[in-house]
Design a protein around this ligand. Sequence first.
Ligand code: GUN
Ligand code: ZN
Length: 428
Amino acid sequence: MNRTIIRARLLSFLREPQTPDDHTSFHYLEDGGLLIEDGMIREMADFARLDATGAKVIDHRPHLVMPGFIDTHLHFPQTQVIASWAAELLDWLNDYTFPEETRYADPALCAGMATRFLDRLTDHGTTTAVAYASVHAASAEALFAEALKRNMRLITGKVMMDRNAPKGLLDTAQSGYDDSKALIARWHGKGRLGYAITPRFAITSTPAQMEAAQTLAREHPDCHIQTHLSENHAEIALSCELYPEAKDYTDIYARYGLLRENSLLGHAIHLSDREIGALAEAEAKPVFCPTSNLFLGSGLFDDSRLRAAGLTNAIATDIGGGTSYSMLQTLAEGYKVLQLQRQRLHPFRAFHWITRGNAVALGMADRIGTLEPGSEADLVVLDAQATPAMAQRMERTRGLVDELFTLQVMGDDRAVVETYVAGVPQKH
Ligand code: GUN
Ligand code: ZN
């Protein structure tokens, strides 16, 4: 049997920290060891207490090992539209993003980009992603195939879109249903892969296509559903115009049975109390995309208001509206968005969010987002002194909270020393 022990400082959350002093919400081991067998974590303990017989020991001291980061919303075909200069969401989609996504009709391009996409994720310490593919089944195929090769946990789905986009980017209600159905049969539940039923957003799906998505959702209750909701005022106005019978934007998705516990709703910024109540009732999961919301000028995600209604919010990069693959940078910008609303994000809660918190939002906390025995061995190794500026800051550190906050505010892929996917190092 393949036995490895990772020796390092270890940090893993058991539940969401309620206050900055909630030290029972996590495990922190100063000289810890993780025993990994066949891609799974078997033991987490002080290093001295582990039986190292026959095990290969990898010593990452003095670095900090955490569960690999989880990115709950990003777009596979948008790696080359990051940093596109546009006024706001709909211009950005029409002028850059839709034309770029038409290129993903080519399976050879998809295969090459899938390799590069997953490399970028692991470069940045991300070990689980929930990604939109393009409208082309080939794009989802390529991404699934590459993730399977790496034994990486990945949820994706071909986008369903049958109007208001260039011809090369449209399916039909029927072909969107058929292609999604075939992809689910081929990939959902294979290895560490899962399928997300993916109607892009109300603007690009006809009522007939929404019905097709509803049928898929009904037929596959264990598939995630992902779409965009209330990101931008022009988007909201056009959505409500296209679905005049709906009470509001959220009600469009509700009417087609697309709101449920495993629905991920990107952005969810401009919502009424009624909409928040409907989301809470369905236990759907809003997804905070801070770098994207700032970059496109979409608005400020009101984390406290949604949480007060009982919602569990996920957090994500939203590449390529988002500007960084780094979940650390995502937290940095998220922190600032919340500061502007006088909401305080403590570093313990921040690091819980991008690990166990996102795992809870995905319904996967029994498998990922933690270092508890029985979890999959997806890990990130972090160095808070990775750059000269970080090292200089860390000369005056006051302990773990300071270290985490330095990583969050100043860190990116340079702070990621190594990333393990199912126990296998990805960077070196
Ligand atoms: N709404 C519909 N499609 C998209 C997309 O690709 N990115 C963002 N940020 N919003 C969207
Ligand atoms: Zn998105």
